[in-house]
Design a protein around this ligand. Structure first.
Ligand code: SF4
Length: 341
């Protein structure tokens, strides 16, 4: 395999574009506020060895498992988006590392000048031979860890051995010089009390970025929302404790009302979010299509409630999960006053 045609995150030169079959006159996608679309999320597979209780993809995996994402589709999507100025790709799924041409997808993305990223529970990257082939083509990986121990993680993942797999993969990735070792932990009512220990563990494993994600009401997270949704009072009690548990990592809070973060409100992911196009199977009248959904703000399934009306950060905070607002009281919100710093 030849070396990448362009540096990750940089547009290939006109000559390289021609060699790679990219259209030189394709225009970027521009958002409603003039944002330029630069991030692609590509769903590589609708299979996964785990059965996470809150999996946001559970319904889509059931619907589209029979539709393989062929190499031809992967290559076409990568080329199209590279030609329109997209500079990074995040491979997701299902479990993207089990796609039979995962490493080739990384290599093509790099040759097209994209930064490469994967969201994974470590399935294949826990195998030293596979990690050795894949990691040189990956800029970063976001590992899914549900708790500080096998007992907590495996119970939520639905498979004994899952914790061992993902932590082994993180240890292998940590050996790669300059690698973007990141972690995501989804907060539920079942693991919130262990969350400080989870964050501490992720820091010890070398995670440079730790994303603490509130439960999303999609897939299994929708079906089991009443049981799994962490209450706002518990989020307000525990989330402000987390940055001190991993002092060398950057923390981001995804899908959480900003006013529950105490002095760490500026760690809200609402303030650090990039527009993205998500390419995945979708049902359209009469067929399914592998097509893009364009997101220009992190407001998916979020809503403002009456308490937000006078909040000084209403314009930058996307509020509460919409199903939470329908299901539970939101009295714990503490709207920011006009002079809040
Ligand atoms: S009151 Fe509403 S808008 Fe203000 S920070 Fe809280 S959730 Fe966000």
């Amino acid at each position: 395999m030849t070396s990448p045609a362009a540096s990750p995150g940089h547009l290939p030169s006109p000559t390289q574009q021609s060699e790679l079959g990219l259209s030189a006159d394709a225009r970027p996608w521009i958002g409603p506020k003039g944002q330029v679309m630069q991030r692609l999320e590509l769903h590589l597979t609708y299979h996964c060895p785990e059965r996470c209780a809150f999996c946001s993809e559970e319904h889509r995996m059931a619907s589209y498992r029979a539709f393989p994402v062929t190499w031809g589709r992967v290559a076409t999507v990568l080329r199209l988006h590279a030609s329109r100025g997209v500079r990074s790709v995040h491979f997701t799924g299902g479990e993207p590392t089990i796609h039979p041409r995962f490493v080739e997808a990384l290599q093509l993305a790099r040759r097209l000048g994209m930064r490469t990223s994967v969201g994974t529970i470590g399935t294949m990257l826990s195998r030293p031979d596979f990690a050795e082939r894949a990691l040189p083509w990956l800029d970063e990986a976001l590992f899914s860890v549900h708790g500080p121990s096998a007992a907590v993680h495996d119970a939520l993942a639905g498979r004994v051995g899952s914790f061992e797999t993902v932590t082994a993969a993180m240890r292998l990735a940590r050996r790669q010089p300059g690698f973007g070792l990141f972690a995501n932990t989804v907060v539920t009512a079942r693991n919130i009390e262990q969350l400080p220990d989870t964050v501490a563990l992720l820091g010890e494993l070398g995670a440079r970025l730790i994303v603490v994600s509130n439960l999303t009401a999609e897939g299994g997270g929708f079906d089991r929302f009443t049981e799994l949704a962490p209450r706002l009072a518990d989020l307000a009690r525990i989330l402000p404790l987390l940055p001190a548990r991993a002092p060398d990592a950057v923390l981001r809070f995804f899908g959480v009302p900003m006013c529950l973060l105490g002095p760490h409100w500026s760690c809200s992911n609402d303030l650090h979010w990039d527009p993205r196009v998500t390419v995945e199977w979708q049902s359209v009248p009469g067929k399914v299509a592998f097509a893009g959904i364009y997101s220009w703000a992190p407001d998916r399934k979020r809503t403002h409630v009456p308490a937000c009306e006078g909040c000084a950060r209403r314009e930058v905070c996307m509020g509460v999960n919409d199903l939470y607002a329908l299901s539970f009281q939101t009295d714990e919100l503490r709207p920011f006053s006009g002079g809040a710093g």
